[in-house]
Ligand binder design. Structure first.
Ligand SMILES: Nc1ncnc2c1ncn2[C@@H]1O[C@H](COP(=O)(O)OP(=O)(O)O)[C@@H](O)[C@H]1O
Ligand SMILES: CC(=O)OP(=O)(O)O
Ligand SMILES: [Mg+2]
Length: 399
């Protein structure tokens, strides 16, 4: 029987979703996203060919939080468009799986309670992921909910990448460097295996540069190290998140500025990164369009940190065979990629500037020892595959 699966991916600045049909093969019927555009909220849904099926903007209602509003729109749209669908499962991207969740799981009340405990470790994601699960449960009380974790892909990290040099008890308590964007990295790893099997077995650095941004060192398809840590704050600067800062800065804020935990959390998660540094916007498109020096400096810092991370991750891998860009910035912002890859011949990267400006799939020259690629990521595809796998496993276990 044909089965339908909904996916929900509540990110820090958007709610992405998809609607898949599974009847032997798996195909997307619709993929969409709700985001903020200035003071308006905006939904766009496309079919598998990229043609727009539905697009509408509406003024933000201050009474209704963005994520709540977005979820209601998505569920209402699905109901109106595919009223007769046989929805068997909803798959959710969940930011933090902690020490416990190394693979996707069926959501039970006990799982939900565990996920609640991790809210402080991913405040821009986890509450919205949980809200998505609750909304889907309400919409389809008899449908299975599957949680797919952003941290799971990294759980096999070697100890040195997992640990902080703190008293050992913190590690035992789960204060570890988890890494995020795992669904994206897993998808990219799979695509690389299809597109370039030889490179996929090698030493690969993937830069997921979206509103949240991180980089990951992958060897033979497995995550070895990543720039994000205990929370999705560490590593690269992001739209509104600071990336790596000296922990002494936090002590300064507490002692000298009498800031409490909530104020510091808001500052680091919501008012820092490209937004904080530029004072203009969290959005790369707006910064690239601006002529103000602060916009250029914010981009410069972003580029600088990506270059540093690339060198560090290549050293961890003891060399580099391929590099992949993905995420909104990674896939579209050719100027950023050009600056990141300038003067990287020493590491084996020779950039094909024309291909890069055209956002081609291979952006290194034929002579380049390291192959550099743009691979559009697809967290939704990963969520739907995991969701069906969990469903089939559960059905097998019940049989
Ligand atoms: N054509 C483009 N040029 C430059 N930046 C872009 C372009 N398209 C998207 N971006 C940037 O990508 C970022 C959003 O990335 P995305 O992966 O969609 O975000 P999210 O993390 O919310 O999923 C924003 O900073 C946006 O400005
Ligand atoms: C983990 C993370 O930063 O996710 P996003 O890019 O969706 O904000
Ligand atoms: Mg994202």
């Amino acid at each position: 029987m044909t089965r339908h699966v909904v996916t929900l991916n509540a990110g820090s600045s958007s709610v992405k979703f998809s609607f898949y049909e599974a009847d032997g093969t798996l195909h997307a019927l619709a993929v969409g996203q709700v985001e903020m555009r200035g003071d308006n909220r905006h939904i766009v849904v496309r079919d598998a060919t990229g043609a727009v099926m539905h697009e509408v903007g509406w003024p933000a209602d201050p009474e209704k939080g963005f994520h709540q509003d977005a979820l209601q729109r998505v569920l209402a749209w699905r109901k109106a468009t595919f009223p007769d669908a046989h929805v068997v499962a909803a798959g959710h991207r969940v930011g933090h799986g902690g020490v416990r969740y190394e693979a996707p799981v069926l959501v039970t009340d006990a799982v939900l309670a565990e996920l609640e405990k991790l809210v402080p470790l991913a405040p821009l994601h986890q509450p919205h992921n949980i809200a998505g699960i609750l909304a889907a449960r309400e919409a389809w009380p008899h449908v299975q909910q599957v949680a797919c974790f952003d941290t799971a892909f990294h759980r096999a990290h070697p100890f040195v990448n997992d640990v902080f040099a703190l008293p050992r008890r913190y590690y035992e308590q789960g204060v570890r460097r988890y890494g995020f964007h795992g669904l994206s990295y897993e998808y990219i790893t799979g695509r690389l295996r299809e597109l370039e099997p030889l490179y996929a077995q090698g030493r690969v650095v993937v830069a997921h540069l979206g509103n949240g941004a991180s980089m990951c060192a992958i060897r033979d398809g497995l995550s070895v190290a990543s720039s994000m840590g205990f929370t999705p704050l560490d590593g690269l600067p992001m739209g509104t998140r600071c990336g790596q800062v000296d922990p002494g800065v936090l002590l300064f804020m507490m002692a000298q500025e009498q800031m409490g935990a909530d104020a510091i959390r808001d500052l680091l998660y919501k008012d820092s990164g490209l937004k904080g540094l530029s004072g203009i916007s969290h959005d790369m498109r707006e910064l690239e369009a601006s002529h103000l020096p602060e916009a250029a400096e914010a981009i410069e810092y972003f580029v600088f940190r990506i270059r540093r991370e690339l060198g560090g991750l290549a050293a961890v891998l003891k060399g580099l065979d391929a590099m992949v860009f993905c995420g909104g910035i990674g896939e579209h912002a050719w100027r950023v990629r050009e600056r990141v890859l300038e003067g990287m011949e020493w590491i084996g990267i020779e950039l094909d500037r024309t291909a890069n400006r055209e956002n081609a799939s291979i952006i290194s020259t034929q002579r380049s020892r390291v192959r550099v690629m743009i691979i559009p990521t697809d967290e939704e595809a990963m969520i739907v595959r995991h969701t069906l796998r969990v469903l089939d496993r559960e059905a097998g276990a019940a049989a």
